[in-house]
Write a protein that binds this ligand. Structure first.
Ligand SMILES: Nc1ncnc2c1ncn2[C@@H]1O[C@H](COP(=O)(O)OP(=O)(O)OP(=O)(O)O)[C@@H](O)[C@H]1O
Length: 311
């Protein structure tokens, strides 16, 4: 894969045995993975899977209770790391009585030496935000745009996004995602984007982290994870998967009438008369979300480098 933004060797996030507990129990448990720098990584999982908890540990807003998470090779929220990371969630950290102009000025003053006024102003201008409008009078979508401009103006090396665009209409969300990807590609920013909108991740993200029940289920390059799986379709009688599938990892399988459709991680050639094709990202994610017990898979680049050292 030719990817000019990929920064070989550098690491954005690396977790080894990471655990984080809320009052009622563990939100993350025994998570080990790596996200290389320069990637646009989708963070996916069902409600309550631990996505927000993971991002808040990465942003330095809460501590790990077990194991470790390194952010840009440093401690989350540490003095050498915090200025290089932007974090944005659904709740936008904006002052309602500030104008758009005041907000951008605040961004410049809070980020001396780093502030990219051109990038922030471009995002604001593309949304036609009036410079003298107060934040409290902006629509939800306009506030999101302003918050993204603040997050980007900081020129972060790592941008952590916890569904910040979920309140936008689909068209604006599409436009904002495109603007974000352009800015990220120009600056080789690593993005970790938590999202439930699976269809929108295709073509946007080149890296994937799927969490379920507090654990890592899939991690690695989207391209490699897709090519490790096959959608298999063919005639089959009976409810159980055919015996010839026993050599492979079956992620999901359903029979409608006499037709069987399965998502398989092949361990070699698939015996029998089957039509096979590479799944879409959405199909792959849906199959794993429907089958929480499916064995996990990490591609080599997603294996933590310090796993041995930490063991
Ligand atoms: N402040 C909190 N106090 C107690 N439990 C919490 C708190 N925040 C999260 N949890 C619990 O931790 C687990 C993981 O929650 P988290 O918000 O990280 O999941 P998520 O994947 O972001 O979910 P969603 O997709 O619904 O936003 C859930 O069981 C949740 O109930």
């Amino acid at each position: 894969m030719t990817d000019l933004t990929f920064l070989p060797g550098r690491t954005a996030l690396e977790a080894v045995g990471l655990g984080a507990r809320h009052r009622r129990g563990w939100a993350l448990r025994d998570c080990s993975f790596r996200v290389p720098a320069g990637r646009v990584c989708a963070l996916v999982g069902p409600n309550g899977a631990g996505k927000s908890t993971l991002l808040s540990v990465a942003a330095g807003l809460r501590r790990a209770d077990e194991g470790a998470l390194a952010v840009l090779d440093g401690a989350p929220g540490g003095p050498g790391v915090r200025p290089r990371v932007s974090y944005l969630a659904q709740e936008k950290p904006l002052y309602p009585y500030f104008t758009v102009e005041d907000t951008l000025r605040m961004g410049r003053e809070l980020n001396p030496g780093r502030w990219d006024a051109a990038a922030a102003e471009r995002l604001v201008k593309e949304g036609n935000l009036p410079p003298h409008a107060r934040v409290g009078q902006l629509s939800g979508g306009q506030r999101t745009r302003l918050a993204l401009a603040l997050a980007f103006g900081k020129r972060p090396e790592l941008l952590l996004l916890d569904e910040p665009m979920s309140d936008l209409d689909p068209l604006v969300r599409h436009e904002m995602t495109a603007a974000l990807m352009t800015e990220a590609a120009e600056n080789a920013t690593t993005i970790v984007l938590a999202s439930h909108v699976l269809a929108e991740l295709e073509g946007v993200c080149d890296y994937l982290l799927l969490v379920g029940d507090g654990r890592v289920r899939l991690a690695g390059e989207v391209e490699d994870l897709l090519s490790a799986h096959r959608v298999v379709v063919g005639r089959h009688e009976g409810g159980a998967p055919p015996r010839s599938f026993a050599a492979h990892t079956v992620i999901s399988s359903r029979t409608t009438g006499r037709q069987l459709t399965a998502m398989i991680r092949p361990e070699g050639p698939i015996a029998g008369q089957w039509e096979t094709e590479e799944p879409s990202l959405e199909d792959l994610l849906l199959a794993h979300l429907r089958n929480p017990g499916a064995p996990s898979l990490l591609t080599p680049s997603a294996e933590p480098r310090s796993r041995k050292a930490a063991a």
